[in-house]
Design a protein around this ligand. Structure first.
Ligand SMILES: [Zn+2]
Length: 489
């Protein structure tokens, strides 16, 4: 994610009670009160659920042709249990649940905060394969109550689920540590075009409506799901070694956007020259006519505010570097996903790094100057948001609040220090080995520290401890003259 400079104040969360009541459920049977569970994420304790591992999601949405009415939806989840389960917790809020089945049999269900707690007829032993089918609505209107989920555009819908909002759209195990394959099916009235992550596998036209089906070829975190429904044109071009590049643009802005879109293949080649082969089956930009205030690296199809490209106030080098930021996330954040949200710096630090490196190589914007300025601000950023790898929890109602400067330029600064410390050659090798070793997986900050130590042949534990967890910014290797600039000066 990257906030655009004109970022709006994130919408305030309404009372928690309102959220809880936003999921309407029928309480069929309840032996003991259903309770929300989580996987113990330090920043989002109730995200994700223990006891199972999702293999695949099959999402079906029917768009009514209006952004003020809910979509009808069916979510089918195939998963393995990892412990015996008499209840299955899913994350879900902001939709009405009509029915739940487990392995084809009706199951009872109840809401508990932002969890949907499902009780199958019979308890499931550890190691069993289960299929959960939820018929529900997915409401773009109530998503206005808080950040993320469906984004209402002037001509339809898009999705922005990072960090904790996929479960505003569909029931899921909403934590990046549980990646899964996705099939996404969207039915929309004539005149609309639907696009989702991955590649198309079918288009079924019927009277008055069309159903598009897309499937991912790589596992994906729920926060990276994307569904675009709009009066859109889908543009196709070829990237390096035949990679299909696909952009989704509002038809009426197609001509104005083309000069930007045609830059993508060279940007992919540039990233490949830095870190190795592009990790997915396709890439492209989704240009949303919406007031998001940010860009988002949804897997294989990054979400951008259309205005970033048509507002003449943004310099060309800047817009291009933002395109590279989201592209770099396809390696850093998507293919290699964070094991927990405290590892967010691994996403944003690296995306900021390649954003800055591209600006340096292509537009002469000095990385050292940017990093020196970041050094000046770093102590303030740490005081406000915590050190890069131990960010402070989001303020209530501002969950987007973990996206602070400490994990952007503050974390890129730590990478700059690392490059100064271990040398350019080892650093560049580290970046390549990192994305290839953890491709299609999740990784922790400790994994990065270990790999850096392995490749540099020295224990970098203390170095990283100071840079990633220190309250104060350590001295910059090779630049003892860099100083923190205190506020007000
Ligand atoms: Zn980002």
């Amino acid at each position: 994610m990257l906030l655009t400079p004109h970022a709006r104040t994130p919408r305030r969360l309404k009372a928690a009670a309102l959220l809880a009541s936003a999921v309407s459920v029928c309480l069929v049977a309840a032996s003991a009160p259903a309770a929300p569970l989580g996987v113990g994420d330090r920043l989002f304790p109730h995200l994700g659920n223990p006891g199972y591992d999702v293999a695949s999601y099959d999402l079906s949405f029917t768009y009514p042709g209006s952004n003020s009415e809910p979509l009808q939806a069916v979510t089918t989840i195939d998963a393995w249990t990892t412990t015996p389960l008499d209840r299955i917790n899913l994350d879900f809020a902001h939709g009405k649940v009509e029915s739940v089945e487990v392995d084809g049999e009706p199951a009872s269900f109840a809401a508990a905060d932002e969890d949907l707690v499902v009780t199958p007829e019979e308890a499931l032993p550890s190691g069993s394969w289960m299929r959960i089918t939820v018929k529900h609505t997915s409401d773009p209107v109530s998503a206005e109550d808080r950040d993320g989920g469906w984004v209402r555009t002037t001509d339809g819908l898009a999705m922005a689920n990072q960090a904790d909002a996929a479960h505003l759209v569909f029931p899921c195990n909403d934590h990046p540590s549980d990646k899964a394959m996705f099939t996404i099916r969207v039915t929309a009235p004539d005149g609309y075009t639907a696009v989702a992550n991955g590649l198309p596998t079918g288009v079924d036209r019927a009277a008055g409506a069309t159903t598009w089906t897309y499937r991912t070829q790589h596992p994906m975190a729920t926060e990276l799901a994307q569904v675009s429904i709009g009066r859109s044109t889908v543009l196709h071009r070829e990237g390096p070694h035949g990679l299909p590049v696909r952009d989704v643009v509002p038809t009426k802005h197609r001509t104005a956007l083309e000069p930007w879109l045609e830059k993508t293949p060279d940007q992919i080649s540039w990233m490949e020259s830095k870190v190795g082969r592009y990790p997915f089956e396709t890439y492209g930009l989704l240009m949303a006519d919406a007031d998001t205030g940010f860009e988002l690296e949804t897997q294989t199809l990054s979400l951008f505010e259309r205005e970033l490209f048509t507002e003449p106030a943004y310099p060309q080098w800047y817009v291009e570097s933002i395109m590279v930021h989201e592209l770099a996330h396809q390696w850093f954040g998507d293919s290699v996903a964070p094991a927990a949200w405290s590892d967010l710096w691994l996403n944003e630090g690296h995306a900021t790094w390649y954003e800055a490196l591209y600006a340096e190589e292509k537009a002469g914007k000095s990385m050292a100057a940017r990093m020196k300025a970041a050094y000046g601000a770093s102590d303030r950023w740490r005081a406000a948001g915590g050190p890069p790898a131990a960010p402070k929890a989001p303020d209530p109602g501002q969950k987007i609040g973990i996206f602070r400067p400490n994990v952007y330029d503050g974390a890129a600064l730590a990478l700059y220090a690392l490059r100064e410390e271990i040398g350019r050659e080892t650093f560049e090798r580290l970046e390549r080995v990192w994305v290839s070793r953890h491709e299609d997986g999740t990784a922790t900050t400790d994994d990065f520290v270990r790999l850096a130590s392995e490749l540099s042949g020295r224990d970098l534990g203390d170095f990283f401890h100071d840079w990633l967890y220190g309250e104060k910014t350590p001295p910059m290797p090779g630049h003892p003259e860099w100083k923190s600039v205190t506020a007000g000066r």
